[in-house]
Design a protein around this ligand. Structure first.
Ligand code: SAM
Length: 208
């Protein structure tokens, strides 16, 4: 049978082993956390850049978006850019042929970074509700029909909605199967005098 001294020695041995490994383990946890913080900031910065890009193509300031009804083709993994548009006073309908929306930790934190003032009294109650839903990980396809952000899983070719002031997309038109049908849908969906801007990504497909 082991004596108390032997147990004491064993405890000391384990303690020393843990102490030797702990700094490395803590360092890697800190690194992981830093990487996650960085990717959240990068995601949020991307949404601001996409919005600036749309505004630059339109030659407009963010004020232009107030009261506008916008259709975004190709939602992708999150509704970060629609959220920024909604914070400018727009109503955004976003569609994607596939349900690609994600709710991982980085994306959830990104929503908090993009819309930190959900509690602020200056935020429209409908938008405040949307922000709370996004904080809680609710899928935008479940938002009510009068929400300032709505999503539908439908191919742009088959979308039936209309009367949008603005139709936008980024890195989507190079993916659609039937570009002619999408262009026809855009011209039908636009209200008289409506505008449409698209960013086509050739570079990540080795086309430039
Ligand atoms: C490269 S991702 C870009 C996503 C997002 N716009 C962004 O900039 O991060 C292309 C997106 O277009 C969607 N997509 C492809 N074909 C589509 C179609 N016919 N109608 C609607 N969305 C489509 C894909 O499912 C994907 O989410």
């Amino acid at each position: 049978m082991a004596t108390w001294e032997q147990y004491w020695d064993l405890a000391g041995l384990l303690g020393r082993a843990v102490k030797r490994r702990l700094p490395g383990r803590l360092r890697s946890l800190r690194e992981k956390n830093r990487t996650s913080q960085t990717s959240v900031a990068v995601l949020a910065e991307g949404c601001h850049l996409y919005l600036q890009d749309y505004l630059a193509m339109l030659g407009c300031s963010p004020d232009f978006l107030r009261g506008k009804k916008i259709l975004e083709l190709g939602t992708g993994e999150h509704v970060g850019t629609p959220l920024l548009m909604a914070l400018c006073g727009a109503r955004v309908f976003t569609i994607d042929a596939y349900d690609t929306v994600k709710f991982d930790r980085e994306i959830m934190e990104m929503y908090r970074l993009l819309a930190p003032a959900a509690e602020s009294s200056s935020v429209d109650p409908g938008l405040q509700e949307v922000i709370e839903h996004l904080y809680a990980g609710r899928h935008p396809a479940e938002f009510s029909a009068d929400s300032p952000i709505q999503m539908q899983v439908v191919g742009a070719e088959d979308f039936q909605g209309e009367e949008f002031d603005l139709v936008v997309s980024r890195a989507v038109l190079e993916h659609v199967a039937d570009l002619e049908a999408v262009v026809a849908m855009i011209s039908r969906a636009l209200a008289p005098g409506g505008l449409t801007v698209h960013k086509v990504d050739f570079s990540s497909h080795d086309l430039v």
